[in-house]
Design a protein around this ligand. Structure first.
Ligand SMILES: Cc1cc2nc3c(=O)[nH]c(=O)nc-3n(C[C@H](O)[C@H](O)[C@H](O)COP(=O)(O)O)c2cc1C
Length: 172
């Protein structure tokens, strides 16, 4: 227990913008899919990424069995599918997909897709931290990514970005 104000904490964390992902997996006959903003890169060598799932998620026991995931970085045109995979219910009804690495369903229209093997899981407070090892990836650089900031979706303004500086001198 802490004495931090939970609403103020959520609002303050919302000052950190993220992209929006849909992470999918298959366990046995069951298709899993969940909208997540907790995705991030973790390691380049080996190539690892992370995401975290709320302990209250109905699908959590099945997520813990999954051996592979497809992580879709959503394009700005994909708010509707983001909302669909953020709600319980018929997430997969009428959704087109192909079968990717490890059987994980790969959705169409994303700005990037990382197909991964399960690598590690750690308990982390009210979430479980999932670490995934990237096995293959594709990008559609012409698609702008969907942004999530201050508790709502946002778009980048093409042309207003600073020129690319990556890799920065300060980066190793
Ligand atoms: C933009 C956005 C980001 C989200 N990020 C996460 C996340 O990182 N982890 C998580 O557990 N739930 C996240 N959620 C909520 C889940 O998508 C939602 O609770 C989940 O689909 C419910 O899954 P269930 O049917 O297994 O309970 C997010 C929702 C939205 C709209």
């Amino acid at each position: 227990m802490t004495d931090l104000d939970p609403m103020a904490l959520r609002r303050t964390l919302g000052q950190f913008p993220t992209g929006v992902c849909i992470v999918t997996a298959r366990s046995g006959d069951e298709l899993l899919g969940m909208t997540m903003s907790s995705f991030n890169s973790l390691s380049l060598d080996p190539a690892l990424v992370l995401f975290s799932i709320d302990r209250r998620a109905r699908g959590l026991p099945v997520w813990q069995e999954a051996k592979a995931y497809a992580i879709h970085v959503l394009a700005e045109s994909q708010q509707a599918v983001s909302n669909r995979f953020a709600r319980p219910g018929a997430k997969w009804e009428g959704i087109d997909y192909t079968v990717g690495h490890g059987g994980a369903p790969v959705l169409h229209g994303a700005a990037a897709v990382f197909e991964c093997d399960a690598h590690a899981r750690h308990e982390a407070g009210d979430h479980i931290l999932f670490i995934a090892a990237i096995r293959r990836f594709t990008a559609k650089p012409e698609r702008m990514p969907l942004v999530f900031s201050k508790g709502r979706y946002a778009k980048l303004h093409p042309g207003e970005e600073a020129p690319p500086l990556w890799p920065l001198d300060i980066h190793y």
